[in-house]
Write a protein that binds this ligand. Structure first.
Ligand code: NAI
Length: 472
């Protein structure tokens, strides 16, 4: 083993958290080495997650919109699907972004090492690349090693018809039938992709609702659409057994209360959550503390229990979201470089990139009720928005929760096209401490879906042109 490399700052993991940390530290003058198991930078988000799934969701959204044009007087024929060309298109987007990150790393003189890093001590890691191994010593380290798909116990191992989000995005083929286990973000996003491409999709969710983290009023329009697109949605149900049949199909026993049904599927996508990648890092060579959920314990500066080692992103806490990791990565890099910085956001936005999109941030009504937090609510139904009607988005809704006394924004929930873009205005309102008047008096362009945010604040103020609110 050669012992030839030293990094002032070593970053383990080149996902959106890791490369943001590496680039920020390099900009602040550190000699940075960035290690990743993958040959390319970008992590799960770019290579096997956010970006390829959005490339596919764009295609299926346009297919669906083209179909809905028949109600507006324009009819297309049945789409011809070339799965190889779709895959190539998706891969091209990913590699374009891989190249962009690689060139930014080069410009900043961040050294990229491909290999799997495991701690030897609190100041060095061993990096294995194929049969080769090297030791890299460091002054400081940021762990940004991410998460992997969780598997259900009892699921047959090494069956190529049982997919994770990674293999589902490989888009090997369009199966005739597919069962999605888990009605969270991955389940509904990829379920909608496969259903639009032609698979008969069924979804099984353990809890009584899909997207359980969001308020169900903003999930309902999506659920109504999925009910039309999917063969079935089995809520409050659990998979108790999966077996492989001689004909290659997967036989799945699903239990709901005292009822048990057995169905056959060509493929199964397991989307029941993700787990932090702590087990690959040989953390026992350090005194880094890991909590009961398997996350590395950090403080608000992203520092672990070992003062020269930081952890950020999926490996340090929920929610497992790229934008949270990026912000934490920059904080860790700045603190490592002696800059005053802290991870202290008032909220972190969540977006489900389906059609319609569902987005929320800050306090949800469900949470408020659980915690007895007082709030006032204003809602603007998109059925009263000219733009929403023109684009066939009448089912949408914008909802803002306000603090009773200060009238500032506590939380926002939006469902409809571009909800994931409009939610940024909610985030800004929360971070800036804007009150209802700040929002309603801000001139929004008409006709846009974004103006529903200001119209919701008008509803709260009690006077709005586009709706009649009877006097109390
Ligand atoms: P998730 O936590 O969002 O959803 C998992 C779902 O599976 C939950 O609704 C849970 O109740 C259900 N479940 C668990 N065990 C089950 C069982 N045995 N049978 C049936 N249902 C079961 O996890 P998901 O969708 O796998 O996503 C993982 C992570 O990736 C999440 O943390 C998410 O934030 C992130 N992600 C975010 C995206 C976005 O922001 N748009 C897109 C994709 C992933």
């Amino acid at each position: 083993m050669s012992k030839n490399k030293h990094a002032e700052l070593l970053v383990i993991g080149a996902g959106p958290g890791g490369y943001a940390a590496a680039f920020r530290a390099a900009d602040l003058g550190k000699k940075v080495v960035l290690v990743d198991r993958d040959k390319v930078m970008g992590g799960v988000c770019l290579n096997r997650g956010c970006i390829p799934s959005k490339a596919l969701l764009h295609i299926t959204k346009v297919m669906d919109e083209a179909d809905s044009l028949s109600k507006m007087g324009v009819t297309y024929g049945k789409p011809k699907i070339d799965i190889d060309a779709i895959r190539t298109h998706k891969d091209k987007i990913v590699s374009q972004l891989n190249n962009g990150i690689a060139s930014m790393a080069k410009a900043r003189k961040v050294e990229f090492v491909q290999g799997s890093a495991a701690f030897e001590s609190e100041s060095s890691v061993e990096v294995k690349t194929g049969n080769e191994a090297q030791s890299i010593s460091f002054d400081q380290c940021i762990i940004a090693a991410g998460s992997s798909s969780a598997m259900l116990p009892g699921v047959p191992k090494d069956n190529k018809n049982i997919l994770t989000s990674k293999t589902a995005l490989d888009l090997e083929n369009i199966p005739k039938t597919m069962l999605i286990i888990g009605g969270g973000v991955i389940g509904v996003e990829l379920g909608q992709v496969y259903a639009t491409l032609g698979s008969k999709v069924s979804l099984v969710e353990f809890l009584p609702n899909i997207i359980p983290g969001a308020d169900q009023d903003i999930v309902k329009p999506l659920e109504r659409k999925l009910k039309k697109q999917f063969d079935s949605i089995m809520l409050g149900s659990k998979v108790v057994e999966i077996s492989e049949k001689k004909n290659g199909l997967l036989s799945v026993k699903i239990e709901k209360g005292s009822n048990t049904d057995v169905f056959d599927y060509e493929k199964i996508l397991v989307a029941v959550g993700r787990k932090p990648n702590t087990s690959y890092l040989n953390l026992k060579a350090t005194s880094i503390a890991v909590n009961k959920q398997g996350f590395i314990d950090v403080d608000n500066y992203q520092r672990t229990s070992v003062s020269n080692i930081f952890a950020i992103g999926d490996i340090s806490d929920n929610p497992m979201l790229a934008h949270k990791a990026t912000h934490q990565g920059k904080v860790a890099a700045e603190v490592a470089c002696g800059e005053p910085s802290i991870f202290d956001p008032k909220a972190i936005p969540s977006v489900v990139y389906t059609d319609p999109e569902v987005a929320w941030c800050g306090l949800t009504e469900t949470q408020a009720k659980e915690d007895n937090t007082p709030y006032s609510k204003a809602e603007f139904p998109w059925a009263a928005s000219g733009r929403a009607i023109a684009v066939g988005a009448n089912q949408g809704k914008t909802k803002i929760l306000f603090d009773d006394e200060s009238k500032t924004v506590l939380g926002v929930g939006i469902v409809g096209p571009s909800a994931g873009d409009i939610i940024s205005e909610g985030m800004l309102a929360i971070e800036m401490g804007s009150d209802a008047e700040d929002i309603s008096l801000t001139v929004h362009p008409h006709p846009t879906l974004g103006e529903t945010f200001a119209l919701t604040a008008e509803v709260f103020d009690g006077t709005i042109t586009d709706l009649y609110i009877p006097k109390k």
